[in-house]
Design a protein around this ligand. Sequence first.
Ligand code: DGI
Ligand code: FE
Ligand code: FE
Length: 195
Amino acid sequence: MKTKDMGKLRKTMEKTLDAKRYEHTLGVAYTAAALAMCYGVNAKQAELAGLLHDCAKCMDNSKKISICKKHNISINEIEYRNPFLLHAKVGSFLAMDKYGVRDKDVINAILNHTTGRPGMTELEKIVYVADYMEPNRKQAPNLAEIRKLAFRDLDGALLKILEDTLKYLSTVEGEIDPMTQKTYEYYKQEAKGKA
Ligand code: DGI
Ligand code: FE
Ligand code: FE
């Protein structure tokens, strides 16, 4: 993607998202680019994925559902009951269909940024972690630790975020998408293998 196009896309996101979500988006784009530099991933690719990851976040739930129905994107029961989860699926669809992104890795990083998935690529991990740690995030526990760890041990940061997300969901009685649980189990096993 050319620099000019990235600038255009930034303007489009500014118009598409509310002010807070736009600031978060810029934070994710820059944090993802920094992590990419750290781990030898293309920083522009990471910036692009960061810029688009929440492109469907400020859309009404009914609109997200209607886009899924129109384009044969499957909606599971958990997504029906928690339609905000669909912003990842719908966002990855819009990245292709509306914003012309052809890079599969970027599309998958957007698709999997909320629940993760077992066997993520480096770029998918980077967007997942950047989403959680970008500078505008304030509430999550262990943020200082995770922000430091992310530049030293990406999988370690990923596992800690998954663990804290599951803990958080249990306190608010949030319904857990099986993919979030599976991703956690997978990276927990992987960490055991490394030790
Ligand atoms: O869109 P963002 O707020 O930037 O970040 P996100 O897309 O990662 O969404 C974050 C929220 O998603 C956070 O409150 C935790 C929640 N989440 C992650 N996995 C699951 C989940 N919520 C439910 N109900 N079930 C999940 O499995
Ligand atoms: Fe999101
Ligand atoms: Fe986000």
